[in-house]
Design a protein around this ligand. Structure first.
Ligand SMILES: *Cc1c(COP(=O)(O)O)cnc(C)c1O
Length: 546
């Protein structure tokens, strides 16, 4: 195994590139053929992993996992350890992603992923990605001064959580600037405060007098703009970056070991399922990789809200955009973690899962296509070629027809590792208020779920009912204070409940802090936004900031 990890290489799901390094795929994000990067080989676990890894800390575990995907020649072990340490020292609990038991009898557990700086699970990945960007740039810039230094300009659009998680991941990073566009007056006040009160000079919040779609259009136009691309190296912050998936693999192992270590789970007799509130399929894809590496997970359960394209796929084998207006909905990939104002997307109480299509699903499709169409066709190269052809065929149909249908053998392969559940808004609210009343949950008062986590718990309860005895770990993706609207709606009858009891101290007074906002006019078009970005980067590079 040491031999193949030493030469870990990456390919594009659409067959346009092979043999890329980890650094190339992290800095590029999306492949030139519009495919997504995946490792050429999913590494398997070392022979004694169950003993050797049992007592490792989260950081040590991350190091073991990442080392299987990143060649030591690319990032020396000491540097990788340092990156990991800096990424997770911003978390508020020692175990980083604790697993708590919600109901011992029903064997329902919760993997809490919201202890990072912005109180949502995206921090686990974006804290790491920010440090990686910085590491690569600083290394490329060794011995260089002034204009010779490479600089990364990260741009993104947000109407929700991704913006703040990206900002907290990239703040103060050397040789990196970050520009986040959001629609003026259309993000919640906590979200706007989280983004705009960050004082670091490399952070730029652009308030655009338009909609989220206008912001997204600006991002697309900038990536396609020859002018800005001659002077800046642009990078994106969305869930398609491979490093984000990689970072999320660790907590599946951490959760498994936590249950084994506490004696809750007996690895020689018990079975475990992970239940994942899913939007763009990044979080659960990390679980799939962990399973393929050899973590003994009996099933991964996709929990969707009413935007249920994935659930419908697992029911029928048809992957089709929702057709709520009587015609195939328009619009490509939406930004991860936010509600896009595209036809066919339903606004729900769990906005971070409001998607039309799931961008990371393409990665799973490649692995399945390889197993079904590419395995045993002669040689590995030909097999990969067959997988890429299938992926391209499906993606073309998604783009031109609004969907595609797979053969039965593909769906059969998909149901080996996955099952799915759909959870409505009504059921989400019911779960928040039910769990609040459960006895013996962690904490002194009732346990309060955020709406995304409530979807996971609802699906976990269904799974527990269908297969009693199995342990179900639901992933908890956000702190309830981030989604106060749904929580207050669910608990309005509870006399004991007061929202201020769950408000983290970090949120208190946040809205009174000074803000740094640049206003961008939609009427100024691409030129206007381009000028803002070029001027701000120039100011940063020449140290001309006030
Ligand atoms: C992004 C997000 C999700 C969905 O995760 P995917 O990786 O896109 O499937 C779920 N819950 C919260 C709170 C999120 O921010």
């Amino acid at each position: 195994m040491a031999s193949h990890t030493a030469s870990q290489r990456y390919l594009s799901t659409r067959g346009g590139s092979y043999g890329l390094s980890f650094e190339e795929v992290v800095l590029k994000g999306l492949a030139s053929d519009s495919g997504l990067f995946i490792p050429e080989v999913i590494p398997s676990l070392p022979p004694n992993w169950q003993n050797d890894w049992l007592k490792l800390s989260f950081e040590e575990l991350a190091f073991q996992v990442f080392s299987l995907f990143i060649s030591p020649a690319e990032i020396p072990p000491a540097a990788l350890k340092d990156i990991i340490h800096r990424s997770y020292s911003t978390f508020r609990v020692l175990s980083i992603t604790p697993t708590v038991t919600l109901d011992g009898d029903k064997r329902i557990h919760l993997l809490e992923l919201f202890h990072g700086p912005t109180f949502a699970f995206k921090d686990v990945a974006l804290q790491f990605l920010g440090n990686l960007f910085e590491f690569f740039l600083v290394r490329r810039n060794e011995g260089k001064t002034g204009k010779d230094r490479e600089h990364l300009t990260v741009i993104g659009a947000t109407s929700g959580d991704t913006g703040s998680a990206a900002i907290y991941g990239l703040r103060s990073k050397k040789d990196v600037s970050v520009f986040i566009m959001y629609p003026t007056g259309k993000v919640s006040s906590v979200q706007e405060a989280q983004m705009t009160t960050v004082p670091d000079e490399n952070v730029h919040c652009l308030s655009v007098d338009g909609t989220f779609d206008d912001c997204q259009d600006f991002v697309k136009a900038l990536f396609a703009d020859p002018l800005i691309n001659t002077t800046q190296r642009l990078a994106a912050v969305n869930s398609i970056n491979w490093a984000r998936i990689l970072a999320q693999i660790t907590y599946y192992f951490a959760s498994y070991f936590s249950l084994v270590h506490s004696g809750t789970f007996n690895p020689s007799t018990d079975h475990i399922r992970f239940v994942v509130p899913t939007g763009n399929f990044g979080d659960i894809l990390a679980g799939y990789i962990a399973k393929r590496m050899g973590l003994p997970v009996s099933k991964l359960i996709i929990a969707t809200n009413e935007n249920d394209i994935l659930h419908r796929f697992w029911r029928t084998g048809a992957y089709e955009k929702q057709d709520v207006h009587g015609s195939a909905a328009e619009g490509g990939l939406v930004e991860d973690g936010v509600k896009a104002h595209v036809e066919g997307v339903k606004e729900t109480l769990s906005p971070a899962m409001d998607i039309l299509v799931s961008s990371n699903f393409e990665r799973l499709l490649w692995f399945i296509a390889y197993d079904v169409y590419g395995f045993g066709v002669g040689n590995v190269q030909e097999g990969r070629h067959q997988a890429a052809l299938k992926v391209k065929e499906w993606q073309t149909s998604l783009k031109t027809q609004g969907g595609f249908k797979v053969e039965k053998k593909v769906l059969d392969a998909a149901t080996v590792d996955f099952a799915s559940e759909r959870v409505s808004d009504e059921e989400t609210l019911a779960a928040i208020s039910d769990v609040y009343r459960w006895p013996n949950t962690p904490g002194s008062k009732g346990y309060i779920l955020d709406p995304h986590s409530a979807i996971g718990v609802t699906a976990a309860l269904r799974s527990a009912k269908a297969t009693p005895g199995v342990h179900n770990v639901a992933l908890s993706t956000a702190h309830p204070a981030k989604f106060s609207h749904a929580v207050e709606l669910a608990l309005k009858e509870e006399k004991e409940f007061q929202f201020k009891d769950i408000l983290p101290p970090q949120f208190v007074g946040l809205e009174d802090l000074p803000r740094r906002i640049t206003h961008a006019q939609k009427s100024g078009g691409l030129e206007g936004v381009r000028k803002i970005i070029m001027d701000e980067v120039e100011k940063e590079l020449t140290g001309a900031h006030p």
